[in-house]
Design a protein around this ligand. Sequence first.
Ligand SMILES: NC(=O)c1ccc[n+]([C@@H]2O[C@H](COP(=O)([O-])OP(=O)(O)OC[C@H]3O[C@@H](n4cnc5c(N)ncnc54)[C@H](OP(=O)(O)O)[C@@H]3O)[C@@H](O)[C@H]2O)c1
Length: 270
Amino acid sequence: MQKLKLSNGTEIPQLGFGLWMIKDERVCNEAVAAALEAGYRHFDTAQIYTNEPFLGAALKAANVPREELFITTKIWNENMFWDDLIPSFEQSLTNLQTDYVDLLLLHFPVTELREPAWHRMQDIYKSGRAKAIGVSNYTIRHLQELLEKCDIKPTVNQVELHVYLQQPELLEFCKQHDILVEAYSPLAHGYDFTNEVLQDVARKHSKSVGQVMIRWCIQVGTVPLPKSTHKERIQENIDVFDFVLDDEDMQKLASLERDLRTCWSPVHVP
Ligand SMILES: NC(=O)c1ccc[n+]([C@@H]2O[C@H](COP(=O)([O-])OP(=O)(O)OC[C@H]3O[C@@H](n4cnc5c(N)ncnc54)[C@H](OP(=O)(O)O)[C@@H]3O)[C@@H](O)[C@H]2O)c1
């Protein structure tokens, strides 16, 4: 799979495997094994998902060289206090059975906590235990505030992004500031696979609706993080590099915008 370069030079596979809501150890093992077999090397977890230990064990069991993997975790909101952030990160490393993560994110722009928390993130980055640091669920306003105050810029902003929530202004802002956008819930969390426009485009390319949704995320310059616990869907979701949506397809898909948030919204967070 092609890799993109983050602003600090770290390489990131262009598509990752999401682990939110995979809570059962056996299900996690099987999903991660299926993902590795299908070719995924990029895994997106978080402290709050409570599956870091399962992911760590599944990756260890698979014996893939660590340098081939790209592992992301996220600092949960209540771990953003000054004295808690670094110990919580160290627990994440233990859970994941690794001595570094490839990408460490602040999970949410928690008012009052996000600024000091970023100082801690910078310390972790300088220690080499996170190859890159970034944020998640930041709006343009939150990014502007961070860019004005930080020493080390965020390399990534992971946000909800799919054909039903296209966020063009945020994409443009991030492009201008060399911040890579990761698209979470690229399948809109399973919201609607029956849409006629999506079905038409899928038929045209002999692909599934899910594949069109994921491909759209790639073509707007983001790194999608689809999640599935079904082997055939895990395979299907990575099989998106042998077709290209043309201008006509992209125009049709642009019409699907409906400001749909399937997860939490940071829009009104001061
Ligand atoms: N930073 C954040 O705040 C944040 C928030 C949300 C998500 N995320 C990240 O983004 C990842 C993905 O987001 P998500 O889990 O919300 O949703 P998603 O990947 O958009 O959609 C997952 C849903 O779609 C189903 N599905 C997967 N592939 C399918 C296919 N090919 N055809 C039909 N249905 C399919 C899955 O069911 P099955 O599993 O049953 O196949 C599941 O119900 C998360 O796992 C997490 O890593 C981050």
